[in-house]
Ligand binder design. Structure first.
Ligand code: T46
Length: 135
């Protein structure tokens, strides 16, 4: 499965902590877009789609969330609750995001501009595409 948790180097001193992310160095792509989700509704999941080409790194800056990842053969649950780690998602992967607290802020770094054509929002279509990938 093309997803992995990345742990960032944290520079700490008496003033606090600092994390630096650099294109194609400690993150595996060049950032083209940043967006973030906040004022989170813990009763309503987000995501419920896959991307055709997009590479993303999801970082939970505060609070916590669970990301369920599905590649059509396996489902995995990741918990994000620290700004010192991120979930890298590459390839056609279905994701469902559950916010565990209302204060949760989820930042997403992405390698492409927003393009609705890149979304697969229908689960049956996602399964068909994955089946064709394998055969
Ligand atoms: C993802 C998860 C983690 C834009 O106009 N520009 C953008 O860059 C984005 C990301 C969204 N939008 C519009 C498209 C929809 O009309 O904002 C609306 C809400 O987007 P969506 O329903 O896709 O939101 P989520 O939270 O389900 O998914 C978003 C990202 O779309 C997706 O890439 O992986 O966050």
């Amino acid at each position: 499965m093309n997803t992995s948790k990345l742990t960032f180097n944290v520079i700490s001193d008496e003033r606090g902590r600092l994390v630096s992310l650099e294109n194609n160095k400690n993150i595996p792509f060049a950032i083209e877009r940043i967006y973030y989700l906040y004022d989170s509704n813990t009763e309503q999941d987000r995501g419920m789609h896959a991307h055709r080409k997009l590479k993303q790194l999801l970082i939970c800056m505060s609070g916590s969330c669970e990301i369920e990842i599905d590649d059509a053969s396996e489902r995995r649950l990741y918990k994000l609750d620290s700004p010192s780690e991120g979930l890298f998602i590459d390839g056609v992967i279905w994701r469902e995001i559950k916010f565990l607290t209302e204060e949760t802020v989820l930042v997403v770094l992405a390698d492409r501009e927003y393009d609705e054509e890149d979304y697969i929002r229908d689960y049956e279509e996602f399964l068909k595409i994955k089946k064709n990938e394998i055969s």
